[in-house]
Design a protein around this ligand. Structure first.
Ligand SMILES: CCCCCCCCC/C=C/C(=O)SCCNC(=O)CCNC(=O)[C@H](O)C(C)(C)COP(=O)(O)OP(=O)(O)OC[C@H]1O[C@@H](n2cnc3c(N)ncnc32)[C@H](O)[C@@H]1OP(=O)(O)O
Ligand SMILES: NC(=O)C1=CN([C@@H]2O[C@H](COP(=O)(O)OP(=O)(O)OC[C@H]3O[C@@H](n4cnc5c(N)ncnc54)[C@H](OP(=O)(O)O)[C@@H]3O)[C@@H](O)[C@H]2O)C=CC1
Length: 311
């Protein structure tokens, strides 16, 4: 985690501001919440579905904040981003308590590993509703609440949004639902960066590679066993840390990024530059089916056509 003295930013980089971090009760979200405390935020709301997890995280943030001399209030907010009504009620609580929101970090999300053909309709919906619709719900929820808070869209001016996506540039083999949803969030980031700029809102995204976070604990043992070698194959030879992602999020939220709008910052040690084929090599070919690109397969299926077309 980033801390006073060890922070890469000035201790007032978010001086006096109010930050909402979804998924702030664990992993990257919690590291981001701490980085906001250490950046001088006046209030940090951490949102998630599990109240007990949020309470425990809030306690850690308060204790550490006090120990290091920060003056920041922490607000745990139970909210399920899949449901707009829950999001609206959570955001109303944040505005009731803090009176404003300056920074929104759409970090809540997740997926499970599955061959595409085995993803059930319910599983597809769960992942898309969480990562794409959930991000949308929070963005429009905050927009509506701030719009209602003051005339002439004054409370929207200066709002910064940072969406956490994933390294899906070369596809996300065995996570098709998540790759599609994250690509949707990237496009939404681009669209709203243009559309909402007229209100003085900036919106950007961060795309983590493999980050050694609490989130990885939820994956099945064979996947966890493979992760160190997948991470080691990245050009920098290691996985990233939660606070490295948090630092990128704080940068995009800060005035240091005041002319950065619609950007996607990859925090992946360069892994997206070489990922797709290496990831697919983790999954052995189906024993009964030759790889599509194998010469015999192509020859069998298209050989006659290719020969004919050469005449
Ligand atoms: C090696 C490769 C490269 C590996 C490369 C690794 C790169 C890592 C990059 C990214 C890392 C991270 O994001 S790590 C941090 C993210 N954290 C997580 O991913 C947390 C764990 N994931 C989740 O919580 C879930 O996947 C998610 C669907 C999002 C939410 O789960 P919920 O329990 O809330 O969902 P529910 O509504 O209960 O479930 C809905 C349905 O979803 C399906 N479903 C849910 N979890 C399932 C599971 N584990 N396996 C099968 N199916 C599942 C079932 O059909 C469920 O229906 P029923 O059958 O009726 O129950
Ligand atoms: N770790 C990695 O390698 C990578 C992570 N990411 C992404 O970064 C983000 C943070 O992940 P990480 O910290 O690693 O993992 P975690 O699993 O620790 O964090 C996910 C957080 O999202 C919250 N969350 C999940 N679903 C919902 C929901 N429906 N409503 C509200 N909150 C929800 C969870 O809280 P609760 O369960 O209490 O609701 C949890 O705090 C995720 O979007 C993840 O997919 C992207 C690429 C790589």
């Amino acid at each position: 985690m980033v801390g006073r003295g060890s922070s890469v930013y000035a201790n007032d980089v978010l001086g006096g501001e109010v930050v909402l971090v979804t998924g702030g009760g664990s992993g990257i979200g919690l590291a981001t919440a701490w980085a906001a405390v250490a950046g001088g935020a006046a209030g940090v709301a951490i949102a998630g579905r599990k109240g007990h997890r949020l309470e425990a995280a809030a306690e850690v943030l308060v204790e550490r904040g006090e120990a290091e001399g920060y003056d920041c209030r922490i607000l745990p907010v139970v909210m399920d981003i899949r449901h707009l009504a829950s999001v609206e009620s959570g955001i109303a609580t944040v505005i009731d308590v803090f009176g404003r929101i300056d920074v929104v970090v759409n970090n809540a999300g997740g997926q499970y590993v599955s061959p595409a053909e085995d993803i059930s309709p319910k599983g597809w919906r769960a992942v898309v509703d969480t990562n794409l619709t959930g991000t949308w719900n929070v963005l429009v929820g905050v927009f509506a609440a701030l719009d209602a808070a003051a005339p002439d869209k004054a409370a929207l001016r200066g709002l910064r949004c940072v969406n956490v996506v994933a390294d899906m540039w070369a596809g996300m083999p065995h996570m098709a639902h998540s790759g599609a949803a994250r690509a949707g969030v990237v496009n939404l980031t681009h669209t709203l960066a243009v559309e909402w700029a007229r209100y003085g809102i900036r919106i950007n995204a961060v795309a983590p590679g493999i980050i050694v976070s609490s989130g990885l604990d939820s994956y099945p043992a064979p996947v966890r066993a493979a992760l160190p070698s997948i991470a080691a194959a990245c050009p920098t030879g290691r996985g990233g840390t939660e606070s490295e992602v948090a630092a990128a999020i704080i940068f995009l939220a800060s005035s240091g990024a005041s002319y950065v709008n619609g950007a996607v910052l990859r925090v992946d040690g360069g892994s997206s530059l070489r990922k797709g084929i290496e990831l697919s090599s983790f999954f052995p070919p189906h024993p009964a089916i030759p790889p599509y690109h194998s010469a015999p397969f192509l020859a069998d299926k298209y050989g006659a056509f290719i020969q004919a077309s050469r005449l």
